[in-house]
Design a protein around this ligand. Structure first.
Ligand code: UDP
Length: 317
């Protein structure tokens, strides 16, 4: 790398994970070019970074991405990411995963930058292998309502590896498992923000299905740590980053009610179509190739998240 500070483009920079990545990169001395069209992102997430070396560009990455000057890394995080969002924005979700990834790869190629793709545990669909290793090909319904996200991300992985193999681009793929923490949107629809918002307002907590489906929840700082390690690693194969501690959705709903001191009760609602029944990462690759392990347990992570939600719920009109 040249004799200057690294310069990194983050797409989806005003989103939940994107904004935490920007902050961590600035802390490491990177200059950051933050791109977002604010479809599901929020400028408030990066407002406190504007006085640092962060340049914000409001842009939809499904169109040509124009960035001046050298770029060392492109982190492609732009996408609706909650099931409710991608059900409401199916075409945008497909476009950002396909056209958006193509443009972000094109930018990385033009600049000779390292490209990092935010992929997802959703590439495994409703998995028949448990826990999920990166070698598992998945069980995805391409035409179901979740297919718009799952297939866009599967395409994104395919085109990323095509750029690596055909153009020799330096690429990384991280498969992100359910991640939570401050800056998630209250009405994002995902389990942790939904349950926290409901519990803090003493409203019914809506568990979909019978609540026996499982997820493995990762605190945001652990995810960011994994991504930063991956940026510096020499590996092009996909890598799972997720806390292998698996819980049922009913359990996490109960924990959140208890932790918030709420009087809410749990009510059951219909299970969304193709909702995966179980999910837990095998993190052998992350451990051996990146030396990564999660450091924040579920209870501690929820405690660190609830303060943020408490303030947000109090500020609601
Ligand atoms: N879920 C729920 N109630 C909610 C939101 C989500 O029971 O208000 C369930 C959802 O059906 C799924 C799990 O929680 O089984 C995790 O859902 P989320 O939307 O957080 O992410 P997913 O892992 O499905 O992408």
């Amino acid at each position: 790398m040249a004799d200057r500070r690294p310069r990194t483009v983050v797409t989806g920079a005003a989103g939940f994970i994107g904004s935490h990545l920007c902050e961590a990169l600035l802390d490491r001395g990177h200059a950051v070019v933050a791109i977002d069209n604010l479809l599901t992102g929020d400028l408030a997430n990066i407002a406190h970074l504007r006085e640092r070396d962060l340049q914000f560009i409001r842009h939809d990455v499904t169109r040509y991405i124009d960035v001046d000057d050298p770029v060392d890394y492109v982190l492609h995080w732009a996408s609706p990411a909650s099931p409710i969002d991608y059900l409401e924005l199916p075409i945008q979700t497909l476009k950002v995963g396909s056209l958006g990834t193509h443009n972000a790869l094109g930018l990385a190629k033009a600049k000779g930058a390292t490209f990092v793709l935010a992929s997802t545990s959703e590439v495994y669909g409703d998995p028949l292998e448990h826990p999920q290793r990166e070698t598992y090909w998945g069980n995805v319904n391409p035409i179901g309502p979740r297919g718009v996200y799952d297939e866009a991300k599967r395409f994104a992985e395919a085109i990323t590896l095509a750029y690596h193999r055909y153009h020799g681009l330096d690429t990384r793929i991280v498969r992100i498992f359910n991640t939570y923490g401050p800056r998630m949107r209250l009405r994002d629809g995902r389990a942790v923000p939904a349950f926290m918002t409901q519990a803090l307002a003493n409203e019914d907590v809506t568990v979909f299905g019978d609540g026996t489906q499982t997820r493995s929840f990762t605190f945001i700082s652990d995810l960011v740590d994994g991504v930063l390690r991956l940026m510096e690693a020499d590996t092009h194969d996909p890598i799972n980053i997720g806390n292998p501690h698996e819980v049922t959705i009913e359990e996490i709903a109960r924990s959140i009610i208890e932790l918030t001191g709420s009087t809410s009760r749990i009510v059951h609602r219909p299970l969304p179509v193709d909702d995966p029944k179980q999910r837990r990462p095998d993190v052998t690759r992350a451990r051996t190739l990146l030396g990564w392990a999660p450091g924040v347990g579920l209870r501690e992570g929820l405690v660190r998240t609830v303060g943020y939600f408490r303030e947000k719920v109090a500020d609601r009109p």
